[in-house]
Design a protein around this ligand. Structure first.
Ligand code: SAH
Ligand code: SF4
Ligand code: F3S
Length: 468
């Protein structure tokens, strides 16, 4: 174990397995569980690990939270509304317990790692039976065991940044799997709480990642989504440092049918990564590259460490190396001090780049982050107007951007039956865009070749070609 990337020891994981077995034999343990997940893919994957442990304890998932014996809220605190929604729903469940006193309520995830939150839970939310932070996920079996034995709340929030290896995973989608390459973030963008709640950046050993990829492949997975807050700074602090591009190259050679990854920070987007993508057979031609703002003045205040010009240059390099690459982004409006001119720069950048999709957010001050204490916080009505203008512009541009797919051959990894019609299925094409095509339940989990023929409400429709 090295200091920068401290892996939880196999002995500790084995100890937790003992608790799993102990709970499985308890006569009064909860029989069903329900996990409510907020936030990003990191949290979604943590929920799959929780489900993995719960399944091994002999519990079964309940489709509705009000029917489960055990409910876990896996929370997010990246913006105020995410946090308020979680707290609202947790409090609502307190009412359900009035009629079902045996109900056990647990809260975990990023919100629990916020300073002072553990104390607040013990004082203000006494009805919560168990609370634990993201660094304590691997200790969940022991903590649950304590909860079932004791008659008072169990709260554990560790600030030690660890890498848990070898936890069981129950995947949400059998055909597509998350694979974490690194945890935490060291970038400290001035608006962002993630480095405070997810800890310092730490990379998994490449051997562990490749072994997990092999297991996923042999279990029939068609797509691997590599996860990290900043995947392209992967490799720092390893005993034998390697780059993210190198790791991608290894996975490409293993012939995983589809490889995707997120998220990439523009400042760390290397030529090596672009070349690896250009020369690969399985890395999908898509890229999520959050820009946050088009104004150099705001980018500097955000501590993003790139300029608008450098960002545009990176996009041009990507586009010339991987023609037709699908491009998506994240944008924040109303960052402290954002003037009409700064916002105009963001609108211009969106016009210039032409994204296939954009996730747009109103800046939300987070306690402890630098931006929360900056002068000139933007009034709510101004931010509201700006985000409306930005969304309208993006929707308008998207009609043309997505138009470039018309007539093109694509391959869709089918996720499910289309919401619009029972005779259609939908999923994502290689470029990361949603596509609907004729089909039925037998197509779910398959990669179906097709030809794009239409564009309806910013979703592509396609006709099938013969199967691969
Ligand atoms: N590590 C990833 C994801 C971070 S959270 C990345 O760097 O892109 C996802 C998005 O939430 C960010 O890209 C940003 O656009 C948005 N975000 C983060 N903090 C925010 C805040 N305080 N207010 C509004 N949006 C925020
Ligand atoms: Fe937050 Fe910036 Fe880290 Fe992304 S790179 S998680 S926005 S601090
Ligand atoms: Fe939210 Fe935590 Fe992800 S704060 S966005 S769930 S890393």
């Amino acid at each position: 174990m090295n200091r920068i990337n401290p892996v939880v020891t196999p002995e500790e994981i084995a100890r937790q397995q003992e608790f799993i077995r102990e709970i499985a034999t308890m006569p009064h343990r909860p029989k069903t569980y329900h996990i409510v997940t907020y936030g990003c893919q990191m949290n979604a994957h943590d929920s799959e690990k929780l489900a993995g442990m719960l399944d091994e304890m002999g519990m079964t998932p309940a489709p509705k939270r009000e029917e489960a014996d055990f409910v876990i809220f896996n929370t997010c605190c990246v913006r105020d509304n995410a946090e308020r929604r979680a707290l609202g729903n947790i409090t609502w469940l307190k009412e359900v317990r009035k009629t079902r006193p045996e109900l056990i309520i647990a809260v975990c995830g990023c919100m629990i790692q916020e300073p002072g939150m553990a104390e607040r839970i013990l004082k203000q939310y006494r009805f919560i039976d168990l609370a634990f932070g993201t660094s304590n996920l691997h200790r969940f079996p022991e903590l649950l065991c304590m909860t079932l034995e004791k008659n008072e709340p169990v709260v554990e929030v560790d600030k030690e940044d660890v890498i848990p290896e070898g936890l069981p995973v129950s995947r949400l989608r059998p055909e597509s799997a998350y694979l974490t390459v690194m945890y935490g973030c060291d970038n400290f963008c001035s608006y962002c709480i993630v480095p405070f709640v997810r800890g310092r950046e730490r990379s998994r050993e490449p051997g562990a990642i490749l072994r997990e990829a092999e297991q996923l492949l042999s279990s029939g997975v068609r797509e691997i989504m590599l996860l990290g807050q900043n995947v392209n700074s992967y490799g720092k602090g390893l005993e034998n440092p390697v780059s993210f591009a190198w790791l991608l190259g290894q996975l490409d050679r293993m012939s995983v049918p589809r490889i995707r990854f997120m998220t990439s920070h523009p400042k760390d987007l290397s030529d090596e990564l672009i070349e690896t993508m250009a020369g690969s057979a399985h890395i999908l031609p898509q890229f999520h590259l959050p820009v946050q703002s088009g104004s150099n003045r705001i980018l500097e205040k955000m501590n993003r460490r790139y300029t608008r010009e450098r960002y545009i240059e990176r996009v041009q390099s990507l586009r010339s190396a991987v023609p037709g690459i699908g491009l998506s982004t994240d944008i924040i409006v109303g960052f402290p001090g954002e003037t009409e001119e700064d916002f105009g720069d963001t609108m211009d950048l969106v016009r210039e780049i032409r994204y296939d999709s954009a996730f747009t957010f109103i800046y939300s001050p987070r306690v402890g982050t630098r931006a929360a204490y900056m002068p000139d916080q933007v009034p709510e009505d101004v931010s509201n107007r700006r985000i409306r203008e930005l969304i309208a512009l993006q929707e308008d541009l998207q009609r043309t951007t997505l138009g470039r797919f018309l007539g093109m051959e694509e391959e869709v990894l089918v996720e499910g039956i289309s919401r619009r019609s029972g005779a259609e299925v939908s999923g994502k094409g290689k470029h990361g865009v949603s596509i609907t095509l004729p089909g039925g339940p037998e197509d779910i989990g398959k990669i179906v070749p097709c030809r794009v023929k239409g564009l309806k409400n910013n979703t592509l429709t396609a006709e099938r070609k013969e199967e691969k």
